[in-house]
Design a protein around this ligand. Sequence first.
Ligand code: FES
Length: 121
Amino acid sequence: MYNPIVLDHFQNPRNLSEIPNATLVGMGANPICGDVMTLYLDVKDGKISKATFKTLGCGAAIASGSILTEMLKGKTLLEANTIVPQTLVEALGGLPKIKLHCPELAVEALKNALKVQEGKN
Ligand code: FES
């Protein structure tokens, strides 16, 4: 069902942890399945220095959080804001049709973390 890239990120998720006192935290909840994800970002000198996640989600959600947090390292917040669910689908080499909503969970957590930042300005 999953391709080798997705399986790798599902079975060996990168950055699966919490950052205590993270600069930004955002949550996402998937209305389709009820799964949730929290994204933690540390920002230094205008760039994301560390990104981690936790989720109560399916394999595709875990893989999405893993690839997203890898992708975010070193990006500015403006660059991070350009990431959309399709960005994750492409980076993962595709997802089964019934799992295409899962990256939305990770991106919603990201957008909510970035909204917190906007609120701070
Ligand atoms: S089935 Fe819920 S995020 Fe994948």
